[in-house]
Ligand binder design. Structure first.
Ligand SMILES: CC(=O)N[C@H]1[C@@H](OP(=O)(O)OP(=O)(O)OC[C@H]2O[C@@H](n3ccc(=O)[nH]c3=O)[C@H](O)[C@@H]2O)O[C@H](CO)[C@@H](O)[C@@H]1O[C@H](C)C(=O)N[C@@H](C)C(=O)N[C@H](CCC(=O)O)C(=O)O
Ligand SMILES: Nc1ncnc2c1ncn2[C@@H]1O[C@H](COP(=O)(O)OP(=O)(O)OP(=O)(O)O)[C@@H](O)[C@H]1O
Ligand SMILES: N[C@H](CCC[C@H](N)C(=O)O)C(=O)O
Ligand SMILES: [Mg+2]
Length: 484
């Protein structure tokens, strides 16, 4: 890219020293700058990226996009702009050859259900022969090639690079989860979504967004930027559904079970039977909350022009995402162990109320859960209240402590219980799972919540291998061995 093209994208306040030659790449992280690259200095949430300008120049940056005047005696162009965060996406897309414009983008936002819905859409489109890629919490998929995912929605430079690979592989569609952090930090700024979907909004991430209203305002940004040609698929049964649509120019495909546009025919331990727009979907996914995920998926695919019947057929066969209501099994007469990613009060309530409704009266319900460190502390006692309401036995343990003391996280959770008689706290998550399984009768259901698909536990910046499903399977196998 030449400097004049870059300047045109930036609409700058001020430019000094227009440099000659071809610019090679762009980075928002100084450590990733190459020779003749462009460094975008962002005032971050942890650190001000402007302090890395010198580092970027030493690594070969030819252009600095920043929000403050900067003097250097090197042959470097300084482009001063009003908001450098907002420019990262457009600049990265330009360097990557505008890959987002080569695919139909589908964005899914909401507190819970993004991964499930995005995965279902990916599975339906793929089953119907559409070349589709996926970006989200569990992994990235360039068509059927799986890659590791570090964030739910990556930064704009990584996004552009992923999209470039997807477009080159021939993807027609990209389904992506769009987190509230991503919206607030303009990670998807400048992208045009063909379809945007809102699942729901409930208590999470208040450490970052402070209030539910600010959190909703971040989610709403996805809908504010839709053009009239796009479609908004919105869960109108959620208190914040109508908020998403205020001043939204796009066509709207609303989803409502309350208004009987959709309804659940059957909801059992074996799955759901749901009618949406007159079409029947019979799914192995369990719980009313999954009826919403199925409904959203149906409407998203409808907005893309697929026929109701073909969507219903493919959706009935779709398996959903790993680590969501995933049963863990071993040979023998054993308790039923389920691993789920519920890490918010609402998700835990949905899963526990579902299990409590589908189990038979003689079955006891046990839950093992914790809460992530360096995240919203106010959800911790709320999760305890939910566990106390639905579970017969409760093991409080660690999730990903990150940089926090796990015992203090557990103490925050314990504050939420009215009584502690059915609660056991065991800091070590492996031990907690072992105890829950060892203590269980064969007729019991054990929900291990919070980490779902995660195959690590993050402690002080280090991710150690840790997989709830693996540990539960080992414990079940040992238990089966003891009883023979
Ligand atoms: C609070 C938060 O969201 N932080 C994310 C954000 O950081 P930031 O832009 O504020 O940047 P910063 O760390 O303050 O640094 C400022 C700038 O200096 C740069 N820098 C830094 C060091 C250096 O040597 N050189 C350099 O240039 C950084 O690259 C950055 O551009 O943008 C970074 C990528 O550009 C992310 O890596 C980082 O995610 C952190 C690690 C994180 O944990 N984020 C979580 C909370 C998150 O984003 N979660 C959501 C929601 C999950 C969900 O509910 O599904 C997600 O989308 O995953
Ligand atoms: N539509 C829904 N409404 C409420 N709860 C849900 C819904 N779908 C799933 N859940 C619950 O929330 C958990 C997380 O679901 P999922 O991974 O699909 O959400 P997500 O929005 O991608 O979450 P994250 O933001 O953490 O990536 C599930 O394990 C389940 O417990
Ligand atoms: N995307 C969410 C995932 C939380 C998963 C849970 N296991 C935790 O670590 O809190 C977050 O980063 O807040
Ligand atoms: Mg997700």
């Amino acid at each position: 890219m030449k400097i004049d093209t870059l300047i045109e994208i930036c609409n700058p306040l001020h430019v000094t020293n227009k440099v000659d030659g071809e610019l090679s790449m762009c980075a928002i992280d100084s450590r990733k700058v190459d020779q003749n690259g462009v460094f975008i200095a962002i005032p971050g949430t942890e650190v001000d990226g402007h302090i890395f300008i010198e580092d970027a120049i030493n690594r070969g940056a030819k252009v600095i996009i920043c929000e403050e005047s900067y003097y250097t005696d090197q042959d470097v162009c300084i482009i001063e702009v009003e908001d450098s965060r907002k420019l990262a996406g457009p600049v990265a897309q330009a360097f990557a050859g505008y890959p987002a414009q080569k695919m139909k983008l589908i964005g899914v936002t909401g507190t819970n259900g993004k991964t499930t819905t995005a995965t279902l859409v990916y599975q339906v489109l793929t089953a119907l022969g559409k070349k589709t890629s996926l970006l989200g919490t569990v992994h990235k998929r360039i068509l059927d090639k799986v890659m590791e995912s570090k964030l739910t929605t990556a930064d704009p430079v990584e996004l552009a690079s992923d999209m470039k690979q997807m477009a080159e592989a021939g993807s027609e569609y990209l389904v992506m989860e769009v987190s509230s952090h991503a919206l607030h930090q303009y990670r998807v700024h400048g992208l045009t979504f063909e379809v945007a979907a809102f699942t729901n909004l409930s208590h999470d991430h208040l450490d970052y967004h402070h209030t539910l209203e600010e959190y909703a305002a971040a989610k709403k940004m996805l809908f504010d930027h839709l053009p009239a040609s796009s479609t908004a698929v919105v869960n109108m049964d959620d208190d914040f559904g109508a908020t998403m649509l205020k001043n939204c120019k796009a066509k709207v495909l609303p989803l409502s079970f309350d208004e009987e546009q959709a309804y659940v025919l059957e909801n059992t331990a074996d799955g759901l039977s749901v009618i949406i727009d007159g079409e029947k979907i019979v799914s192995q996914l369990v719980g009313k909350f999954n009826a919403y995920n199925l409904g959203q998926t149906f409407l998203i695919c409808k907005a893309l022009g697929l026929s109701d019947a073909e969507i219903a057929n493919a959706l009935s066969k779709a398996k959903g995402a790993a680590g969501r209501m995933e049963p863990v099994t071993a040979e023998g007469d054993l308790p039923l162990v389920i691993v789920d990613y519920a890490h918010t009060p609402d998700a835990l309530q949905n899963v526990l109320s579902t299990l409590s409704a589908v189990k038979d009266a003689s079955q006891k319900l046990t839950v093992v859960f914790g809460a992530g460190g360096d995240r919203d502390t106010t959800k911790r006692p709320e999760m305890a209240k939910v566990a106390e309401e639905f579970a017969d036995k409760i093991f409080v343990t660690s999730d990903n402590p990150r940089t926090e003391n796990p015992d203090l996280i557990i103490a925050d959770i314990l504050n939420g219980f009215e009584k502690l008689e059915k609660v056991t706290s065991i800091t070590d998550r492996k031990e907690a799972i072992e105890r829950a399984i060892d203590d269980a009768s064969t007729n019991e259901i054990i929900l291990i919540a919070g980490k779902g698909h995660e195959d690590y536990q993050e402690v002080n910046g280090q991710r150690h291998h840790f997989d709830d499903r693996e540990i539960a399977r080992e414990c079940l196998t040992k238990k089966a061995g003891r009883s023979t």
